[in-house]
Design a protein around this ligand. Structure first.
Ligand SMILES: Cc1cc2nc3c(=O)[nH]c(=O)nc-3n(C[C@H](O)[C@H](O)[C@H](O)COP(=O)(O)O)c2cc1C
Length: 201
């Protein structure tokens, strides 16, 4: 199989947020999508290693802020390259407001948000697939939604030309694994994507 065929699938990009007691958190995902209109339902796949995953599993609620082409790389670094287990991502984060369900949504670099209640889960091994009812939503501005392809071409900084490192580069976040052979079960320590998302450099 040509693994590159998978890159032709088109995705949006989202900040998925949750709240458990006094704790707020969120992470970047590319895996939210509407699956039925009546009832209005979405699915969302979240890696079990993500703190946000555990919060959603325990509370049964989350918001999806839809990233637009106005989003800068800082949002991806803030929500996608560090874990709420290590930092409080909302401690000094100004560009967020609480939706009716009390969970934060992101107000800059986003064009809408949805609130959702988990209706079912499926264990996918590395991830949990959440099936959820959309309970609320609001359009924030008219900017176009960012696709994964747009993130790759126009948001993520281009790799440094002078880079001397050899090995494998994560196509998602740019992390470099130095070594000739990338183990099949390797998981990026920064963005948690697997070996299939690495390219030889
Ligand atoms: C562009 C991009 C796309 C990502 N897509 C997903 C995804 O679809 N599912 C997922 O579980 N993690 C995804 N991640 C990784 C999480 O955002 C990342 O591991 C985050 O640090 C987890 O934070 P948490 O532990 O606070 O929940 C993505 C990261 C980036 C930068």
């Amino acid at each position: 199989m040509d693994g590159k065929a998978m890159y032709r699938l088109s995705y949006g990009l989202f900040v998925v947020t949750a709240k458990e007691g006094d704790r707020d958190n969120g992470c970047i995902t590319n895996t939210a999508g509407q699956v039925t209109t009546t009832p209005n339902r979405i699915t969302l796949a979240v890696n079990k290693g993500n703190f946000t995953h555990d919060m959603i599993l325990r509370t049964g609620e989350f918001n999806v802020s839809i990233l637009s082409e106005q989003a800068d790389f800082e949002i991806f670094k803030h929500f996608g390259f560090q874990s709420g287990r290590d930092v409080d991502k909302f401690a000094d984060y100004k560009a967020a407001k609480r939706a009716g369900n009390g969970i934060y949504y992101i107000t800059e670099g986003t064009n809408a948000y949805l609130s959702a209640k988990v209706a079912g889960t499926m264990d996918l091994g590395t991830h949990t697939l959440f099936l959820a009812d959309v309970t609320d939503g609001e359009v924030l501005d008219g900017a176009s939604s960012a696709t994964y392809a747009y993130y790759q071409s126009s948001i993520k900084p281009a790799p440094q030309k002078k880079e001397e490192k050899k090995g494998w580069r994560c196509r998602i976040c740019g992390y470099i694994y130095e070594g000739d052979v990338l183990p099949d079960d390797f998981v990026c320590p920064i963005c948690k994507h697997g070996a299939s998302d690495f390219e030889k450099i």
